[in-house]
Design a protein around this ligand. Structure first.
Ligand SMILES: NC(=O)c1ccc[n+]([C@@H]2O[C@H](COP(=O)([O-])OP(=O)(O)OC[C@H]3O[C@@H](n4cnc5c(N)ncnc54)[C@H](OP(=O)(O)O)[C@@H]3O)[C@@H](O)[C@H]2O)c1
Length: 280
């Protein structure tokens, strides 16, 4: 079956689907419909965030679905303005109320905001929220190695997941290696580079023709072979199916290298370098 998504085991023993569904900008009736269709099409990992203002939409799509809650893997994220411990705990509770869910499978710190420098406090709140049963697994987004090292030094606990900007124009080779060496699974946000002109790239086009696949499928297969969990967003049922029909072919080492060679030091979509960029 092409839409059977394999799973990866996180360092806390929890299983995460190897490809997920992004929901940024999917809101209201249309959003709930699109997310519900994605579940019907085979997606099990659904990625939302407090700041997307669509946790309720995700919860609604889950309730409309015939797939049991325990077969789904729902992720949300803590905004930068709530990094203080008490705020973080209340925000996680609020996230659950908004989605009308009893628990999240994964909860992530959305950005480290290192100039504010409260991310260790936020991490302590996630550790406790897991003990309270609000969250099954805990992770981060946009963390650099130095931020992750500090979490380990100050709390003894490393995240299970680090969700970062990752696509062929910005392949994050160093961060991906650091994460892998520390048993952290890397998730790729904007895995299709937000449908930029990358989807017309000639190198990718050649590889796609050889495998009788689309450029998006080549990119998403590349993520999978890197060991990164891509979370492409699509409002279109056809593209949703396309994006998970990637488990019936394999890229060669040479093709992987060709795709990696598209990366550039300045390849971030909006220059959001977590060392200096902050989001609230
Ligand atoms: N942690 C963070 O800081 C962070 C930051 C950004 C994003 N995210 C998460 O990552 C998810 C994915 O990233 P993203 O939404 O920024 O970008 P993306 O998934 O790379 O690209 C989404 C765009 O690609 C189009 N698309 C999808 N599949 C396609 C296909 N097969 N062919 C052609 N076009 C296709 C979509 O249009 P249609 O909908 O019309 O198909 C949409 O315009 C987000 O939704 C969000 O959940 C996290």
């Amino acid at each position: 079956m092409t839409n059977q998504i394999p799973e990866i085991t996180l360092h806390d023993g929890i299983q995460i689907p190897a490809v997920g569904f992004g929901t940024y900008k999917l809101k209201g009736q249309q959003g709930a419909q699109a997310i519900n269709t994605a579940i019907t099409n085979g997606y099990r990992l659904i990625d939302t965030a407090y700041n997307y203002e669509n946790e309720a939409t995700v919860g609604e799509a889950v309730r409309r679905s015939s797939v049991p809650r325990e077969e789904l893997f729902i992720t949300s994220k803590l905004p930068g303005r709530y990094h203080h411990y008490d705020d973080a705990i209340v925000t996680i509770q609020e996230s659950l109320f908004r989605a009308n869910l009893d628990y999240y499978d994964l909860y992530l710190i959305h950005w480290p905001n290192p100039i504010q420098d409260n991310y260790v406090e936020a991490w302590q709140a996630l550790i406790d929220a897991q003990k309270f049963g609000y969250i099954r697994s805990i992770g981060v987004c946009n963390f650099l190695s130095e931020h992750l090292e500090r979490l380990e030094k100050e709390t003894g606990i490393l995240p299970t997941v680090n969700q970062i900007e990752l696509h062929p124009r910005f392949n994050q080779a160093e961060q991906l290696k650091w994460d892998t060496d520390h048993r952290i699974v890397t998730e790729s946000w904007s895995p299709l580079s937000r449908a930029s002109d990358l989807l017309q790239d000639k190198t990718l086009q050649k590889i796609a023709e050889k495998h009788h696949k689309t450029i998006s499928q080549i990119i998403l297969r590349w993520h999978y072979q890197l060991g990164a969990v891509a979370i492409p967003k699509s409002a279109s049922p056809v593209r949703q199916k396309e994006n998970i029909s990637i488990f019936d072919f394999e890229l060669s080492n040479e093709e992987m290298t060709m795709i990696n060679s598209l990366t550039k030091a300045e390849g971030r979509l909006k220059g959001q370098d977590p060392a200096v960029y902050e989001e609230f």
